[in-house]
Design a protein around this ligand. Structure first.
Ligand SMILES: C[S@@+](CC[C@H](N)C(=O)[O-])C[C@H]1O[C@@H](n2cnc3c(N)ncnc32)[C@H](O)[C@@H]1O
Length: 260
């Protein structure tokens, strides 16, 4: 099956304010300033990578992303000490270690977090820090509905039975994982971000910028439009016409530091 790059920076940034708060909360957990050598995995448009670079006074920050449309937006932000490269987090590895491995809202796209976190830890220098934020909203109707529709026809046949599964672990498992990987200090928390949106329709626009890009990349254009139409109809049936609509969004913020 062909998987296209369907990340759309403009669609993603429609909810920029809402998406930025978890980033700021994650940055607040980082203790080393200036931060030294930093990597931002799944850097997207690079806007937050540049902010991270400046806020931490980092010596060098590298943004890594697998989407060429996102990287096209990020590259103009390059500056001394700030650069962006293409790479798949599942396989990408650095030439030399980092003092901070950072990732905001990206690792949920990567499988098997136990082995992934072992690889991320191996990227760190002694005393290095890991800071990760992942959504944990997979039991909300905005997410369960997408998987439900993916299993219905004609979408199931077109995607050969594919439905997105999520690799995000419960918070306590990340805490145990960090301990097992040798982190001597850590913070892991689940936080609910409440977003007051105009109506349930805004939720459709929200997931079109993230979750649904996965189905968009696997379906021909007209079929993807039909997928979104069915999603919209069912979401309305589930949520009613609430105006404004309060969208509670769970996220896990985790941080750990290795011994020196
Ligand atoms: C929700 S966006 C977050 C972007 C940015 N970190 C932010 O907070 O604005 C997720 C990003 O992860 C990238 N991504 C998803 N899977 C990836 C992978 N396996 N390797 C590298 N990047 C990936 C996508 O291309 C996208 O830019």
């Amino acid at each position: 099956m062909t998987v296209r790059d369907t990340w759309n920076p403009a669609q993603y940034e429609r909810f920029r304010t809402e998406r930025e708060q978890p980033f700021h909360d994650l940055v607040a957990l980082i203790t080393r300033r200036p931060a030294g050598r930093v990597v931002d995995l799944g850097c997207g448009t690079g806007v937050l990578t540049a902010m991270l670079h400046h806020q931490l006074g980092a010596a060098a920050t590298l943004g890594v992303d697998s989407s060429s449309s996102m990287l096209d937006r990020a590259r103009p932000l390059e500056a001394p000490g700030l650069s962006f490269v293409p790479g798949d987090i599942a396989t990408w590895g650095p030439d030399s270690p980092f003092d901070l491995v950072f990732s905001n809202a990206a690792l949920q796209w990567v499988a098997d977090h136990r082995s992934l976190f072992a690889r991320l830890t191996a990227m760190l220098a002694p005393g290095g820090e890991l800071a990760v934020q992942v959504p944990a909203n997979f039991d909300h109707v905005s997410h369960t509905l997408a998987a439900e529709i993916a299993r219905e026809e004609p979408f199931a046949a077109a995607m050969h039975g594919y439905a997105r599964t999520f690799s995000v672990l419960p918070p306590e498992e990340y805490a145990s994982l960090l301990h097992g990987l040798g982190f001597v200090a850590q913070s892991v928390r689940l936080q609910v971000y409440g977003h007051v949106l105009e109506s349930p329709d805004a939720v459709v626009e929200w997931v079109r910028g993230t979750l649904l890009t996965d189905y968009e990349s696997r379906l021909p254009g007209p079929l993807y439009q039909a997928f979104v139409a069915r999603y919209r109809e069912r979401l309305h049936a589930a949520l009613g016409d609430q105006r404004p609509y309060f969208y509670p969004f769970k996220r896990i913020l985790l941080w750990g530091r290795l011994p020196v």
